[in-house]
Write a protein that binds this ligand. Structure first.
Ligand code: NI
Length: 176
């Protein structure tokens, strides 16, 4: 079901989310939450969404898009993943800067420094372990969603405020 996306300022976006209890693995509640996140993502056209963004304070993120969906080439490298209780290890702390947006800050975009390479671990909704290394855009998407679980929104990581603003002002040539 498509859910309302919480906007910056709502307390659930500024708090640390709780670990998903292990007895929820394979259960209807976790499955329904995943379906809600995917439905909302498809409707709103994002590349990732964290449970707190639809008001659920659990450590659960979804990212990537199915192959059937039209998307920019950069999204091809992000495998469609639902990840429970993720952890992240930085493998290359050298930072890269790129543009990010967030469905909780509609209309805005900013250049955010992120570590170049990470390893992430967690579980799928059935409790099977997931472990991957990721670089570039893939790493950026996971780091952005992971931050939501610690109550961090991307503007908190921006260093150069010249590169933060409304999409309509930053990129007047872009439509939609
Ligand atoms: Ni976001």
């Amino acid at each position: 079901m498509v859910k309302t996306v919480m906007l910056m300022g709502e307390s659930v976006l500024a708090e640390r989310a709780l670990p998903v209890p292990s007895h929820e693995f394979g259960g209807a509640r976790l499955r329904a939450l995943a379906a809600d996140l995917w439905d909302t993502l498809a409707e709103r056209g994002g590349i990732g969404l964290a449970a707190p963004q639809i008001g659920v304070p659990w450590r659960f993120i979804c990212f990537g898009l199915p192959r059937t969906v039209r998307r920019p080439a950069t999204c091809l490298e992000v495998p469609q993943t639902a990840l429970v209780n993720p952890t992240i290890e930085v493998l290359d702390a050298k930072e890269e800067e790129d543009w990010e947006g967030c469905l909780s800050l509609p209309g805005l975009r900013g250049r955010v420094p992120r570590p170049k390479k990470i390893r992430y671990k967690g579980w799928d909704v059935d409790g099977h372990p997931v472990e991957r290394t990721a670089e570039g855009w893939h790493a950026r998407v996971v780091l952005h969603e992971f931050d939501h679980l610690d109550g961090i929104l991307y503007p908190a990581r921006i260093r150069d405020w010249k590169h933060f603003g409304f999409i309509s002002a930053l990129f007047p040539q872009e439509r939609g």
